[in-house]
Write a protein that binds this ligand. Structure first.
Ligand SMILES: [Mg+2]
Length: 259
């Protein structure tokens, strides 16, 4: 499989180290986290609208605004430290409060229901498993995921991802996550491969791409929505899906062999 010209943003140097390990981000790289969260919020808004005789769109908008405000006001990694359940419990408490609904127990019940619905609507992108199958056994694979400890590892298990990865690094368990260089150093230690031998595959420009580049890794930016490429950040590769990742891996290993 040939790489398309627009995929390869940086020409490989003949002195580049051979690729020895690949790290994947999980949410919105391997699975449609954003889609599952949107589906859960919508389902919850409609369920509550029916129960309390409220406007579902207004409920939905109110929850969105509260969530955005709380995430924006929290320091980096705040949602991870708080945990998904506590974060959504407070979101639902504040949302209901806006509509005059005060119930000390309901927000926690809603937060649990929210997560249950989200998981029912969580899907791997169609190419994720074929790509992981193609790479599994060829070189070490590491899952590096940001997010709360109460969410990420069980979600990886639910999706059937754990068997493909030699190591799984979860921000909420470690106390630090991408783009913190410590998580990249930890992956290097676990696998025993130097920074130049790594490829990071992820959708998030700040956490995955900038984090990997700062750590001295090569990076693939998974740009599923056709976002504009930032002027100040140059991933080595950009792809619209994971389909091309095996070809990129092959390319990097082949380039090293022929150097
Ligand atoms: Mg992501």
């Amino acid at each position: 499989m040939q790489l398309r010209e627009e995929t390869l943003l940086r020409p490989e140097s003949r002195t580049d180290r051979p690729l020895a390990a690949v790290a994947f981000d999980m949410d919105d790289t391997l699975c449609d986290f954003a889609g599952s969260e949107a589906a859960a919020r919508k389902a919850m808004a409609w369920r509550l609208a029916t129960e309390f005789g409220l406007d579902p769109d207004l409920l939905h908008e109110t929850y969105e605004a509260i969530d955005q405000r709380r995430l924006a006001h929290g320091a980096s990694g705040w949602w991870t430290r708080t945990g998904a359940l506590a974060h959504r419990t407070e979101n639902w408490r504040l949302t209901l409060q806006r509509f005059g609904v005060e119930d000390p127990e309901l927000p926690l019940i809603l937060a649990r229901e929210h997560e249950a619905i989200r998981r029912r609507h969580l899907y791997l992108f169609p190419e994720a498993l074929p790509v992981l199958r193609a790479l599994h056994g060829q070189l070490p694979l590491v899952l590096i995921t940001n997010g709360p400890a109460d969410n990420q590892r069980s979600q990886a298990e639910l999706l059937g991802l754990t068997a493909f990865f030699d190591h799984i690094l979860v921000e909420g368990e470690l106390g630090y996550g991408k783009p913190d260089p410590r998580v990249f150093r930890l992956a290097e230690e676990r696998v025993g491969a130097p920074p130049e031998a790594w490829l990071m595959v992820g959708d998030n420009l700040r956490a995955d791409v900038a984090g990997a580049l700062a750590a001295g890794w090569r990076s693939v930016w998974v740009n599923r929505r056709g976002a504009a490429r930032p002027a100040d950040l140059a991933p080595h590769f950009v792809v619209e899906s994971l389909h091309e990742v095996p070809a990129i891996v092959h390319h990097l290993r082949g380039a090293a062999r022929s150097a």
